[in-house]
Design a protein around this ligand. Structure first.
Ligand code: GDP
Ligand code: GDP
Length: 471
Protein backbone atom coordinates (compact mmCIF):
# COMPACT_ATOMS: atom_id res chain seq x y z
CA UNK A 1 0.00 0.00 0.00
CA UNK A 2 1.39 3.33 -0.97
CA UNK A 3 -0.21 5.92 1.18
CA UNK A 4 1.05 9.11 2.65
CA UNK A 5 -0.05 10.16 6.09
CA UNK A 6 -1.38 13.61 5.49
CA UNK A 7 -1.67 16.52 7.81
CA UNK A 8 -5.00 16.11 9.55
CA UNK A 9 -7.77 18.53 8.75
CA UNK A 10 -9.68 20.35 11.48
CA UNK A 11 -12.93 21.96 10.29
CA UNK A 12 -14.50 24.84 12.23
CA UNK A 13 -18.26 24.74 12.00
CA UNK A 14 -20.99 26.90 13.52
CA UNK A 15 -23.58 29.49 12.71
CA UNK A 16 -22.63 33.08 11.89
CA UNK A 17 -20.98 35.23 14.57
CA UNK A 18 -20.02 32.51 17.02
CA UNK A 19 -16.33 33.29 16.50
CA UNK A 20 -15.14 30.87 13.82
CA UNK A 21 -12.90 33.31 12.01
CA UNK A 22 -11.53 34.63 15.30
CA UNK A 23 -10.58 31.09 16.29
CA UNK A 24 -9.23 30.36 12.82
CA UNK A 25 -6.93 33.37 12.98
CA UNK A 26 -5.70 32.33 16.38
CA UNK A 27 -4.81 28.77 15.42
CA UNK A 28 -3.22 29.45 12.04
CA UNK A 29 0.01 31.25 11.68
CA UNK A 30 -0.68 33.23 8.62
CA UNK A 31 2.13 34.26 6.40
CA UNK A 32 -0.05 37.10 5.22
CA UNK A 33 2.90 39.45 5.10
CA UNK A 34 4.77 37.20 2.72
CA UNK A 35 1.85 36.61 0.43
CA UNK A 36 0.69 40.21 0.50
CA UNK A 37 3.97 41.17 -1.14
CA UNK A 38 2.68 39.70 -4.33
CA UNK A 39 0.13 41.94 -5.88
CA UNK A 40 -2.78 40.31 -7.57
CA UNK A 41 -2.90 37.52 -5.04
CA UNK A 42 -5.89 37.48 -2.78
CA UNK A 43 -5.49 35.28 0.24
CA UNK A 44 -8.01 32.60 0.87
CA UNK A 45 -8.79 33.13 4.50
CA UNK A 46 -10.63 29.86 4.85
CA UNK A 47 -7.76 27.43 4.79
CA UNK A 48 -4.56 27.67 6.78
CA UNK A 49 -1.70 25.77 8.30
CA UNK A 50 -2.46 25.08 11.92
CA UNK A 51 0.16 26.15 14.44
CA UNK A 52 -0.90 25.01 17.87
CA UNK A 53 1.02 22.62 20.09
CA UNK A 54 3.22 19.93 18.58
CA UNK A 55 1.21 18.56 15.72
CA UNK A 56 0.86 20.21 12.34
CA UNK A 57 -2.63 20.33 10.88
CA UNK A 58 -4.76 22.13 8.31
CA UNK A 59 -7.53 24.35 9.62
CA UNK A 60 -10.65 25.06 7.61
CA UNK A 61 -13.05 27.86 8.45
CA UNK A 62 -16.29 26.71 6.88
CA UNK A 63 -17.75 30.21 6.90
CA UNK A 64 -21.39 30.57 7.75
CA UNK A 65 -23.51 27.49 8.05
CA UNK A 66 -27.13 27.91 7.14
CA UNK A 67 -28.47 24.38 7.02
CA UNK A 68 -32.06 25.44 6.47
CA UNK A 69 -31.27 27.51 3.39
CA UNK A 70 -33.14 26.41 0.31
CA UNK A 71 -31.82 28.81 -2.25
CA UNK A 72 -28.84 30.19 -4.12
CA UNK A 73 -25.80 31.25 -2.27
CA UNK A 74 -26.79 29.95 1.14
CA UNK A 75 -27.50 26.52 -0.22
CA UNK A 76 -24.13 26.52 -1.96
CA UNK A 77 -22.49 27.49 1.32
CA UNK A 78 -24.18 24.63 3.13
CA UNK A 79 -23.03 22.25 0.42
CA UNK A 80 -19.42 23.39 0.73
CA UNK A 81 -19.61 23.16 4.47
CA UNK A 82 -20.90 19.63 4.22
CA UNK A 83 -18.07 18.73 1.86
CA UNK A 84 -15.56 20.21 4.31
CA UNK A 85 -17.10 18.24 7.16
CA UNK A 86 -16.97 15.03 5.15
CA UNK A 87 -13.33 15.59 4.17
CA UNK A 88 -12.06 16.66 7.57
CA UNK A 89 -10.64 14.42 10.26
CA UNK A 90 -12.22 16.23 13.19
CA UNK A 91 -14.83 18.93 13.49
CA UNK A 92 -14.86 21.71 16.04
CA UNK A 93 -18.40 22.92 16.47
CA UNK A 94 -18.53 26.43 17.90
CA UNK A 95 -21.40 27.85 19.87
CA UNK A 96 -21.78 31.14 21.71
CA UNK A 97 -21.74 31.08 25.53
CA UNK A 98 -23.32 34.52 25.71
CA UNK A 99 -26.13 33.90 23.26
CA UNK A 100 -26.93 30.42 24.56
CA UNK A 101 -28.30 27.51 22.53
CA UNK A 102 -30.64 28.28 19.69
CA UNK A 103 -32.54 26.42 17.01
CA UNK A 104 -29.76 26.82 14.50
CA UNK A 105 -27.29 25.16 16.84
CA UNK A 106 -29.67 22.25 17.23
CA UNK A 107 -30.00 21.89 13.48
CA UNK A 108 -26.24 21.92 12.95
CA UNK A 109 -25.78 19.47 15.83
CA UNK A 110 -28.24 17.13 14.17
CA UNK A 111 -26.32 17.25 10.86
CA UNK A 112 -23.03 16.71 12.65
CA UNK A 113 -24.32 13.69 14.53
CA UNK A 114 -25.54 12.30 11.23
CA UNK A 115 -22.15 12.88 9.58
CA UNK A 116 -20.52 10.32 11.83
CA UNK A 117 -17.51 12.61 12.19
CA UNK A 118 -15.73 13.11 15.48
CA UNK A 119 -17.02 16.42 16.85
CA UNK A 120 -15.63 18.60 19.64
CA UNK A 121 -18.04 21.12 21.02
CA UNK A 122 -16.44 24.48 21.82
CA UNK A 123 -18.40 27.02 23.84
CA UNK A 124 -16.85 30.29 22.78
CA UNK A 125 -16.86 33.78 24.34
CA UNK A 126 -16.62 32.15 27.79
CA UNK A 127 -14.00 34.53 29.14
CA UNK A 128 -14.91 35.82 32.58
CA UNK A 129 -17.66 33.22 33.01
CA UNK A 130 -17.67 30.39 35.52
CA UNK A 131 -16.94 27.13 33.73
CA UNK A 132 -20.15 25.38 34.66
CA UNK A 133 -22.37 28.29 33.86
CA UNK A 134 -20.78 28.78 30.45
CA UNK A 135 -21.15 25.19 29.34
CA UNK A 136 -24.15 23.73 31.21
CA UNK A 137 -26.94 24.26 28.73
CA UNK A 138 -24.90 23.01 25.76
CA UNK A 139 -24.96 19.42 26.98
CA UNK A 140 -28.39 19.21 25.43
CA UNK A 141 -26.83 19.27 21.95
CA UNK A 142 -25.85 15.67 22.53
CA UNK A 143 -22.27 16.08 21.37
CA UNK A 144 -20.44 15.21 24.52
CA UNK A 145 -18.60 17.36 27.02
CA UNK A 146 -18.50 21.04 25.98
CA UNK A 147 -15.13 22.85 26.12
CA UNK A 148 -15.29 26.44 27.31
CA UNK A 149 -12.96 28.68 25.32
CA UNK A 150 -12.37 32.28 24.43
CA UNK A 151 -11.18 32.60 20.85
CA UNK A 152 -10.46 36.28 21.23
CA UNK A 153 -8.53 35.95 24.52
CA UNK A 154 -7.04 32.56 23.74
CA UNK A 155 -8.32 30.82 26.88
CA UNK A 156 -8.69 27.07 26.48
CA UNK A 157 -7.78 27.09 22.80
CA UNK A 158 -4.52 25.15 23.02
CA UNK A 159 -6.14 22.51 25.22
CA UNK A 160 -9.06 22.14 22.85
CA UNK A 161 -6.89 21.68 19.76
CA UNK A 162 -4.49 19.30 21.48
CA UNK A 163 -7.41 17.29 22.74
CA UNK A 164 -8.92 17.08 19.27
CA UNK A 165 -5.61 16.10 17.67
CA UNK A 166 -4.68 13.56 20.33
CA UNK A 167 -7.87 11.78 19.41
CA UNK A 168 -6.39 11.39 15.92
CA UNK A 169 -3.13 10.03 17.29
CA UNK A 170 -5.11 7.24 18.84
CA UNK A 171 -6.74 6.52 15.53
CA UNK A 172 -3.72 6.67 13.26
CA UNK A 173 -0.48 5.94 14.97
CA UNK A 174 1.65 6.50 11.90
CA UNK A 175 2.55 10.04 11.13
CA UNK A 176 4.02 11.94 8.24
CA UNK A 177 7.56 10.93 7.50
CA UNK A 178 9.31 14.09 6.50
CA UNK A 179 12.21 14.24 4.12
CA UNK A 180 15.42 14.20 6.13
CA UNK A 181 16.54 17.73 6.76
CA UNK A 182 20.07 18.67 5.96
CA UNK A 183 21.34 20.72 8.83
CA UNK A 184 24.83 21.99 8.36
CA UNK A 185 27.05 22.57 11.34
CA UNK A 186 26.61 25.99 12.73
CA UNK A 187 30.30 26.62 12.99
CA UNK A 188 32.73 29.05 11.52
CA UNK A 189 33.95 27.47 8.29
CA UNK A 190 37.48 26.94 7.22
CA UNK A 191 37.56 28.28 3.72
CA UNK A 192 40.16 25.70 2.69
CA UNK A 193 37.64 22.93 3.11
CA UNK A 194 36.60 23.03 -0.47
CA UNK A 195 33.90 21.95 -2.83
CA UNK A 196 35.91 18.98 -4.06
CA UNK A 197 35.18 17.33 -0.72
CA UNK A 198 32.14 15.52 -2.05
CA UNK A 199 29.23 17.30 -0.35
CA UNK A 200 28.88 19.43 -3.32
CA UNK A 201 27.29 22.56 -4.47
CA UNK A 202 25.27 22.48 -7.62
CA UNK A 203 22.15 20.37 -7.80
CA UNK A 204 23.50 17.27 -9.44
CA UNK A 205 21.44 14.49 -10.92
CA UNK A 206 23.60 11.94 -9.09
CA UNK A 207 22.64 13.21 -5.69
CA UNK A 208 18.99 12.61 -6.52
CA UNK A 209 19.00 8.98 -7.54
CA UNK A 210 17.88 7.89 -4.12
CA UNK A 211 15.04 10.38 -4.05
CA UNK A 212 11.79 9.65 -5.74
CA UNK A 213 10.31 12.87 -7.01
CA UNK A 214 7.03 13.42 -5.23
CA UNK A 215 4.82 15.34 -7.56
CA UNK A 216 1.38 16.89 -7.11
CA UNK A 217 -0.57 18.23 -10.08
CA UNK A 218 -2.95 20.86 -8.77
CA UNK A 219 -5.35 23.35 -10.24
CA UNK A 220 -8.99 24.28 -10.28
CA UNK A 221 -11.57 21.99 -11.86
CA UNK A 222 -11.38 21.39 -15.61
CA UNK A 223 -7.93 22.80 -16.25
CA UNK A 224 -6.84 19.36 -17.44
CA UNK A 225 -5.22 17.62 -14.46
CA UNK A 226 -6.68 14.17 -15.14
CA UNK A 227 -5.82 14.51 -18.81
CA UNK A 228 -2.20 15.28 -17.95
CA UNK A 229 -2.04 12.39 -15.51
CA UNK A 230 -3.33 10.02 -18.15
CA UNK A 231 -0.85 11.38 -20.66
CA UNK A 232 1.97 10.88 -18.17
CA UNK A 233 0.92 7.39 -17.23
CA UNK A 234 -0.28 6.28 -20.64
CA UNK A 235 3.11 5.46 -22.05
CA UNK A 236 4.55 4.22 -18.84
CA UNK A 237 4.35 1.23 -16.68
CA UNK A 238 2.26 2.00 -13.62
CA UNK A 239 4.03 0.29 -10.80
CA UNK A 240 1.47 0.53 -8.08
CA UNK A 241 -1.98 1.77 -7.57
CA UNK A 242 -4.25 1.77 -4.57
CA UNK A 243 -7.87 2.50 -4.02
CA UNK A 244 -8.73 5.51 -1.89
CA UNK A 245 -8.42 5.04 1.83
CA UNK A 246 -9.48 7.46 4.49
CA UNK A 247 -9.24 11.20 4.07
CA UNK A 248 -5.81 11.17 5.61
CA UNK A 249 -4.40 8.66 3.20
CA UNK A 250 -3.21 9.96 -0.09
CA UNK A 251 -3.28 7.88 -3.16
CA UNK A 252 0.11 7.65 -4.67
CA UNK A 253 0.78 6.47 -8.17
CA UNK A 254 4.32 5.51 -9.00
CA UNK A 255 5.71 5.79 -12.47
CA UNK A 256 9.01 6.06 -14.25
CA UNK A 257 9.90 8.24 -17.13
CA UNK A 258 13.22 8.77 -18.87
CA UNK A 259 14.92 6.73 -16.17
CA UNK A 260 13.63 8.77 -13.25
CA UNK A 261 11.19 7.61 -10.61
CA UNK A 262 8.17 9.70 -9.70
CA UNK A 263 5.40 9.41 -7.19
CA UNK A 264 2.28 11.22 -8.21
CA UNK A 265 0.16 12.37 -5.31
CA UNK A 266 -3.44 12.33 -6.27
CA UNK A 267 -5.77 15.23 -5.57
CA UNK A 268 -8.97 13.91 -7.04
CA UNK A 269 -9.38 10.39 -5.80
CA UNK A 270 -8.51 8.78 -9.10
CA UNK A 271 -9.88 5.44 -10.07
CA UNK A 272 -8.69 3.20 -12.82
CA UNK A 273 -11.27 2.74 -15.53
CA UNK A 274 -10.00 0.43 -18.20
CA UNK A 275 -6.86 2.03 -19.50
CA UNK A 276 -7.34 5.49 -18.05
CA UNK A 277 -7.82 7.11 -14.70
CA UNK A 278 -10.85 9.15 -13.93
CA UNK A 279 -11.71 11.40 -11.05
CA UNK A 280 -14.26 9.91 -8.73
CA UNK A 281 -15.00 13.08 -6.88
CA UNK A 282 -15.29 16.72 -7.71
CA UNK A 283 -12.52 19.15 -7.05
CA UNK A 284 -11.51 19.31 -3.40
CA UNK A 285 -9.61 22.22 -1.87
CA UNK A 286 -8.70 20.06 1.11
CA UNK A 287 -7.22 17.29 -1.01
CA UNK A 288 -5.34 19.92 -2.98
CA UNK A 289 -3.87 21.40 0.20
CA UNK A 290 -2.90 18.02 1.55
CA UNK A 291 -1.23 17.07 -1.71
CA UNK A 292 0.74 20.32 -1.77
CA UNK A 293 1.92 19.66 1.76
CA UNK A 294 2.85 16.06 1.02
CA UNK A 295 4.75 16.54 -2.24
CA UNK A 296 8.15 17.99 -3.09
CA UNK A 297 7.26 19.59 -6.39
CA UNK A 298 3.94 21.12 -7.39
CA UNK A 299 2.77 21.45 -10.97
CA UNK A 300 0.27 24.28 -10.89
CA UNK A 301 -2.00 23.85 -13.87
CA UNK A 302 -3.80 26.79 -15.48
CA UNK A 303 -6.11 26.97 -18.44
CA UNK A 304 -4.89 29.14 -21.32
CA UNK A 305 -8.38 29.33 -22.70
CA UNK A 306 -9.92 31.02 -19.65
CA UNK A 307 -8.93 34.00 -17.51
CA UNK A 308 -6.85 33.48 -14.38
CA UNK A 309 -9.34 33.30 -11.53
CA UNK A 310 -9.29 33.90 -7.78
CA UNK A 311 -9.26 30.16 -7.29
CA UNK A 312 -6.03 29.89 -9.32
CA UNK A 313 -4.55 32.64 -7.18
CA UNK A 314 -5.61 30.94 -3.95
CA UNK A 315 -3.98 27.67 -4.98
CA UNK A 316 -0.83 29.55 -5.95
CA UNK A 317 -0.94 31.20 -2.52
CA UNK A 318 -1.00 27.83 -0.76
CA UNK A 319 2.01 26.72 -2.75
CA UNK A 320 3.90 29.86 -1.72
CA UNK A 321 2.99 29.40 1.92
CA UNK A 322 4.33 25.86 2.03
CA UNK A 323 7.56 26.75 0.25
CA UNK A 324 7.23 23.89 -2.21
CA UNK A 325 9.13 23.81 -5.46
CA UNK A 326 6.87 24.80 -8.31
CA UNK A 327 6.45 24.53 -12.06
CA UNK A 328 3.58 26.29 -13.81
CA UNK A 329 1.81 24.54 -16.70
CA UNK A 330 -0.41 26.65 -18.90
CA UNK A 331 -2.57 24.01 -20.50
CA UNK A 332 -4.82 23.86 -23.58
CA UNK A 333 -2.23 25.66 -25.68
CA UNK A 334 -3.48 23.75 -28.71
CA UNK A 335 -6.09 25.39 -30.90
CA UNK A 336 -4.88 28.95 -30.26
CA UNK A 337 -3.59 31.16 -33.04
CA UNK A 338 -0.40 33.19 -32.86
CA UNK A 339 -2.02 36.42 -31.77
CA UNK A 340 -3.94 34.70 -29.03
CA UNK A 341 -0.81 32.96 -27.81
CA UNK A 342 1.15 36.18 -27.62
CA UNK A 343 -1.61 37.98 -25.80
CA UNK A 344 -2.20 35.13 -23.35
CA UNK A 345 1.51 34.68 -22.65
CA UNK A 346 1.84 38.39 -21.83
CA UNK A 347 -1.23 38.30 -19.64
CA UNK A 348 0.00 35.27 -17.64
CA UNK A 349 3.51 36.70 -17.28
CA UNK A 350 2.09 39.88 -15.86
CA UNK A 351 -0.39 38.26 -13.50
CA UNK A 352 1.97 35.56 -12.28
CA UNK A 353 5.02 37.71 -11.70
CA UNK A 354 4.84 36.79 -8.02
CA UNK A 355 5.74 33.24 -9.04
CA UNK A 356 8.85 34.41 -10.85
CA UNK A 357 11.04 31.75 -9.23
CA UNK A 358 9.01 29.09 -11.08
CA UNK A 359 9.46 27.99 -14.68
CA UNK A 360 6.38 28.48 -16.81
CA UNK A 361 5.48 26.04 -19.60
CA UNK A 362 2.79 26.11 -22.23
CA UNK A 363 1.49 22.60 -22.82
CA UNK A 364 -1.28 20.55 -24.29
CA UNK A 365 -2.08 17.71 -21.95
CA UNK A 366 -4.50 16.37 -24.52
CA UNK A 367 -1.95 16.17 -27.32
CA UNK A 368 1.03 15.48 -25.09
CA UNK A 369 2.78 18.63 -26.30
CA UNK A 370 5.33 20.23 -23.98
CA UNK A 371 5.01 17.45 -21.43
CA UNK A 372 8.65 16.31 -21.61
CA UNK A 373 9.90 19.85 -21.19
CA UNK A 374 7.54 20.27 -18.25
CA UNK A 375 8.97 17.17 -16.57
CA UNK A 376 12.50 18.42 -17.14
CA UNK A 377 11.61 21.53 -15.17
CA UNK A 378 10.06 19.35 -12.48
CA UNK A 379 13.35 17.46 -12.20
CA UNK A 380 15.33 20.68 -12.06
CA UNK A 381 13.01 22.18 -9.44
CA UNK A 382 13.34 19.04 -7.34
CA UNK A 383 17.12 19.07 -7.60
CA UNK A 384 17.15 22.75 -6.66
CA UNK A 385 14.86 22.21 -3.68
CA UNK A 386 17.20 19.52 -2.31
CA UNK A 387 20.46 21.11 -3.42
CA UNK A 388 23.31 20.80 -0.96
CA UNK A 389 25.05 24.11 -0.67
CA UNK A 390 28.51 23.90 0.83
CA UNK A 391 29.53 26.43 3.42
CA UNK A 392 32.75 27.44 1.61
CA UNK A 393 30.99 28.09 -1.66
CA UNK A 394 28.07 29.88 -0.01
CA UNK A 395 30.54 32.05 1.84
CA UNK A 396 32.52 32.78 -1.33
CA UNK A 397 29.36 33.77 -3.20
CA UNK A 398 28.36 35.95 -0.26
CA UNK A 399 31.73 37.73 -0.16
CA UNK A 400 31.73 38.26 -3.91
CA UNK A 401 28.22 39.71 -3.76
CA UNK A 402 29.17 42.07 -0.94
CA UNK A 403 32.32 43.14 -2.72
CA UNK A 404 30.31 44.09 -5.75
CA UNK A 405 27.65 45.89 -3.78
CA UNK A 406 27.94 46.83 -0.10
CA UNK A 407 24.78 46.75 2.01
CA UNK A 408 23.72 50.32 2.79
CA UNK A 409 24.51 51.76 6.21
CA UNK A 410 21.75 52.19 8.69
CA UNK A 411 22.63 55.05 11.03
CA UNK A 412 26.16 54.47 12.23
CA UNK A 413 25.98 50.74 11.53
CA UNK A 414 27.12 49.00 8.45
CA UNK A 415 25.97 45.38 8.43
CA UNK A 416 28.92 43.02 8.28
CA UNK A 417 28.25 39.58 6.79
CA UNK A 418 30.91 37.04 7.70
CA UNK A 419 29.83 33.67 6.38
CA UNK A 420 26.83 31.68 5.20
CA UNK A 421 25.73 28.12 5.67
CA UNK A 422 22.76 26.02 4.71
CA UNK A 423 20.11 25.60 7.37
CA UNK A 424 17.62 23.41 5.54
CA UNK A 425 16.28 22.01 2.30
CA UNK A 426 12.98 22.00 0.43
CA UNK A 427 13.04 24.95 0.30
CA UNK A 428 16.72 25.74 0.70
CA UNK A 429 17.43 27.97 3.67
CA UNK A 430 20.60 30.01 3.72
CA UNK A 431 21.69 31.41 7.07
CA UNK A 432 24.02 34.38 6.96
CA UNK A 433 26.07 35.19 10.03
CA UNK A 434 27.60 38.52 10.93
CA UNK A 435 27.02 41.74 12.83
CA UNK A 436 24.30 44.38 12.70
CA UNK A 437 22.34 42.30 10.22
CA UNK A 438 19.01 43.75 11.37
CA UNK A 439 19.93 46.72 9.25
CA UNK A 440 19.78 44.74 6.01
CA UNK A 441 17.02 46.01 3.78
CA UNK A 442 14.53 43.94 1.83
CA UNK A 443 15.98 45.09 -1.43
CA UNK A 444 19.46 44.01 -0.37
CA UNK A 445 18.06 40.66 0.70
CA UNK A 446 16.56 40.27 -2.77
CA UNK A 447 19.89 41.20 -4.31
CA UNK A 448 21.58 38.42 -2.31
CA UNK A 449 18.83 35.98 -3.18
CA UNK A 450 19.38 36.68 -6.87
CA UNK A 451 23.10 36.08 -6.51
CA UNK A 452 22.65 32.77 -4.69
CA UNK A 453 20.02 31.69 -7.18
CA UNK A 454 22.17 32.27 -10.20
CA UNK A 455 25.38 30.87 -8.68
CA UNK A 456 23.71 27.68 -7.46
CA UNK A 457 21.17 27.42 -10.32
CA UNK A 458 18.25 27.33 -7.93
CA UNK A 459 15.42 27.46 -10.47
CA UNK A 460 11.95 26.45 -9.47
CA UNK A 461 12.27 26.56 -5.72
CA UNK A 462 11.62 29.32 -3.24
CA UNK A 463 14.77 30.33 -1.38
CA UNK A 464 14.78 31.51 2.20
CA UNK A 465 17.49 33.67 3.71
CA UNK A 466 17.91 34.25 7.43
CA UNK A 467 20.30 36.61 9.14
CA UNK A 468 21.94 35.83 12.45
CA UNK A 469 23.81 38.59 14.23
CA UNK A 470 26.42 37.69 16.81
CA UNK A 471 25.39 40.62 18.97
P1 GDP B 1 -17.85 33.97 12.68
O1 GDP B 1 -18.96 34.63 11.93
O2 GDP B 1 -18.32 32.71 13.34
O3 GDP B 1 -16.61 33.79 11.88
O4 GDP B 1 -17.51 34.95 13.92
P2 GDP B 1 -16.35 36.04 14.12
O5 GDP B 1 -15.04 35.38 14.36
O6 GDP B 1 -16.43 37.00 12.99
O7 GDP B 1 -16.82 36.70 15.48
C1 GDP B 1 -18.08 37.31 15.63
C2 GDP B 1 -17.99 38.34 16.74
O8 GDP B 1 -17.73 37.69 17.99
C3 GDP B 1 -16.88 39.33 16.55
O9 GDP B 1 -17.33 40.60 16.95
C4 GDP B 1 -15.78 38.82 17.46
O10 GDP B 1 -14.94 39.86 17.92
C5 GDP B 1 -16.59 38.24 18.60
N1 GDP B 1 -15.84 37.18 19.30
C6 GDP B 1 -15.17 36.15 18.76
N2 GDP B 1 -14.60 35.39 19.72
C7 GDP B 1 -14.94 35.96 20.91
C8 GDP B 1 -14.63 35.65 22.28
O11 GDP B 1 -13.93 34.69 22.60
N3 GDP B 1 -15.17 36.47 23.23
C9 GDP B 1 -15.93 37.55 22.90
N4 GDP B 1 -16.40 38.27 23.90
N5 GDP B 1 -16.21 37.88 21.63
C10 GDP B 1 -15.71 37.10 20.64
P1 GDP C 1 -9.46 18.31 -14.40
O1 GDP C 1 -10.79 18.60 -13.79
O2 GDP C 1 -8.46 19.37 -14.07
O3 GDP C 1 -8.93 16.93 -14.09
O4 GDP C 1 -9.64 18.42 -16.00
P2 GDP C 1 -9.82 17.28 -17.08
O5 GDP C 1 -8.53 16.57 -17.32
O6 GDP C 1 -10.99 16.44 -16.72
O7 GDP C 1 -10.12 18.16 -18.37
C1 GDP C 1 -11.26 18.99 -18.46
C2 GDP C 1 -11.62 19.19 -19.93
O8 GDP C 1 -10.58 19.88 -20.61
C3 GDP C 1 -11.82 17.88 -20.67
O9 GDP C 1 -12.89 18.06 -21.55
C4 GDP C 1 -10.52 17.70 -21.43
O10 GDP C 1 -10.68 16.96 -22.61
C5 GDP C 1 -10.15 19.13 -21.74
N1 GDP C 1 -8.68 19.27 -21.89
C6 GDP C 1 -7.73 18.82 -21.05
N2 GDP C 1 -6.51 19.11 -21.52
C7 GDP C 1 -6.68 19.77 -22.70
C8 GDP C 1 -5.79 20.32 -23.67
O11 GDP C 1 -4.56 20.27 -23.55
N3 GDP C 1 -6.35 20.95 -24.73
C9 GDP C 1 -7.70 21.03 -24.91
N4 GDP C 1 -8.14 21.65 -25.98
N5 GDP C 1 -8.57 20.50 -24.02
C10 GDP C 1 -8.07 19.88 -22.93
Amino acid sequence: MNSTAYKPVVALVGRANVGKSTLFNRITRSRAALVADFSGLTRDRHYGEGRVGEHPFIAVDTGGFEPVAKNGILLEMARQTQQAIAESDVVIFLVDARAGVNAHDHEIARLLRKSGQRVFLAVNKAEGMRYGSATAEFHELGLGEPHAISASHGDGVVDLIEHALSYLDDVHEADATEEPEFIADDVEPSLEDDDQAGHDTEPSADAEVSHRIKLAIVGRPNVGKSTLINTLLGEDRVIAFDMPGTTRDAIEIEFERNGLAYTLIDTAGLRRRGKVFEAIEKFSVIKTLQAIEACNVVVLMLDAQTEISDQDAHIAGFVLETGRALVVAINKWDGLDRDQRERIQRDFDRKLHFLSFAKMHTVSALKGQGVNALLKSVNAAHAAAFAKLSTPKLTRVLHAAVEQQQPPRKGIFRPKMRYAHQGGQNPPLIIIHGNALDAISDSYRRYLEGRFRSEFKLDGTPLRIEFKSSQ
